[in-house]
Design a protein around this ligand. Structure first.
Ligand SMILES: Nc1nc2c(ncn2[C@@H]2O[C@H](COP(=O)(O)OP(=O)(O)OP(=O)(O)O)[C@@H](O)[C@H]2O)c(=O)[nH]1
Ligand SMILES: [Zn+2]
Length: 225
């Protein structure tokens, strides 16, 4: 059976019997083997125009698959579990806790190229605090996945809000997307800024302004209102 998609350009003819498909293909639910993943890299090397058997590329599929294990280790992490260990002996401390300039390395889900930047995370404790490294670990758990920045920003804030039940959470991500800087529109130096404000950071403009001031997003304090 032959189908046609009209994209207003040369017609793309997809024949499902020859590998084309109009509906989403279904994949086996099990994780592919390392061997299958390495084979996929060999296909991409050939697609790029090179010879996977030449000396310099021979071990590359194995290296790429090992690198993917690092880039995407967040799929094996449980961000909410990371936040479960909290401390209550804090003498009633209920002021803002802010972790600023946490390095962030993620990958864009559209092009699978790096998103590099930083994330700032603040919360207003409600009786208990969490170890500060855990805030960075939560960011890491979501960053080491295929992402878009808006989703990642919301996920970090939502996880902290759900587990710690604080009086407020604020997350700001500033990042450069290599899919915009090294290809496509090619605009180096462009940074995307996203934020998620919950609780007091959303409802109280003074709290939000203090946070934005502390992370250097507001030079004129009136802009944070
Ligand atoms: N909102 C948002 N968009 C993103 C993010 N990362 C990449 N994108 C954009 O996702 C879009 C994908 O657009 P498509 O038209 O499907 O892909 P494309 O043809 O490669 O687009 P160009 O990058 O414009 O060449 C592009 O505009 C990217 O800039 C992100 O984190 N958030
Ligand atoms: Zn992209």
């Amino acid at each position: 059976m032959t189908s046609i998609i009209d994209r207003g350009e040369p017609r793309v003819v997809l024949d499902p019997l020859e590998g084309g498909a109009l509906s989403k293909p279904s994949y086996p639910t099990h994780k592919p083997s390392r061997q299958e993943a390495e084979e996929a890299v060999r296909v991409l090397l050939r697609w790029a125009g090179d010879d996977p058997n030449r000396e310099g590329l021979f071990d590359t599929p194995a290296r790429v698959v090992r690198a993917y294990e690092e880039f995407f280790e967040g799929y094996g992490a449980d961000p909410e579990e990371i936040l479960r260990r909290t401390f209550e002996e804090v003498e009633g401390y209920d002021e803002m806790v802010l972790l600023r300039d946490i390095r962030l390395e993620s990958h864009c889900e559209h092009h699978m190229v790096p998103i590099i930047g930083k994330v700032h995370i603040a919360y207003l404790p409600n009786r208990r605090v969490v170890g500060i490294s855990k805030l960075a670990r939560v960011a890491e758990a979501y960053a080491k996945r295929l992402q878009i920045q808006e989703t990642m920003t919301a996920q970090i804030a939502n996880a902290i809000n759900t587990v710690l039940e604080p009086k407020g959470v604020a997350v700001v991500v500033e990042a450069a997307h290599q899919c915009m800087t090294t290809r496509g529109i090619r605009k180096p130096g462009v940074t995307m800024v996203t934020s998620r404000m919950l609780g007091a950071f959303r409802d109280n403009s003074d709290t939000r302004r203090e946070f934005l001031h502390l992370i250097g997003q507001v030079r004129d304090a009136s802009l944070g209102a």
